[in-house]
Write a protein that binds this ligand. Structure first.
Ligand SMILES: CC(C)(COP(=O)(O)OP(=O)(O)OC[C@H]1O[C@@H](n2cnc3c(N)ncnc32)[C@H](O)[C@@H]1OP(=O)(O)O)[C@@H](O)C(=O)NCCC(=O)NCCS
Length: 131
């Protein structure tokens, strides 16, 4: 039988926890180099909601939604799951949490996994797929 993952999702809304969460994400390299998620963390005041996922004590995944942007045509949602923890439903749990914000989620396809991932939920979670 597959071992059950002991996951803990933390919704970070308070500014006081945000900088700590960002430090954890960077220490654990929970982003693709050169992708938007890492840059978004340079300006914490732009972050509407951040969800950090721990497996035991280890941070293994993150999701971010940005505050309403003034300009159109750009994604406001990013998710990263550590390669060792993919295909176990973690990305799904994070996406569902992020979709509870009032802000419509605008996403961009990145890799093939993310195309399948976002396609699976675009209807139910009303995702805006930009490119
Ligand atoms: C995309 C990503 C967030 C998915 O996270 P995950 O935890 O592996 O996703 P889940 O386990 O919740 O998968 C949900 C569904 O997405 C689809 N999916 C996810 N990874 C897939 C893959 N490698 N190949 C095909 N379909 C995939 C499947 O339909 C899957 O359902 P199933 O496992 O029942 O078949 C993860 O692969 C990732 O972090 N990729 C790098 C960063 C990225 O591309 N982020 C998205 C753009 S910001």
């Amino acid at each position: 039988m597959a071992k059950k993952l002991l996951l803990r999702l933390t919704k970070i809304k308070k500014a006081s926890y945000l900088s700590r969460a960002i430090r954890i994400v960077r220490e654990n390299h929970l982003f693709v180099d050169g992708w938007m998620l890492n840059n978004w963390m340079d300006t914490p005041s732009n972050i509407e909601r951040m969800v950090l996922c721990r497996c035991g004590k280890k941070a293994v995944a993150v999701g971010i939604v940005l505050k309403k942007q003034e300009y159109h045509g750009y994604p406001n949602t990013g998710i990263f799951v550590k390669p060792s923890h993919r295909r176990q439903g973690i990305g799904t749990k994070i996406l569902k949490q992020l979709s509870k914000t009032k802000i419509p989620l605008k996403v961009a396809y990145g890799t093939t996994p993310s195309i399948n991932f976002y396609d699976k939920y675009k209807k139910d979670l009303n995702l805006h797929i930009l490119y």
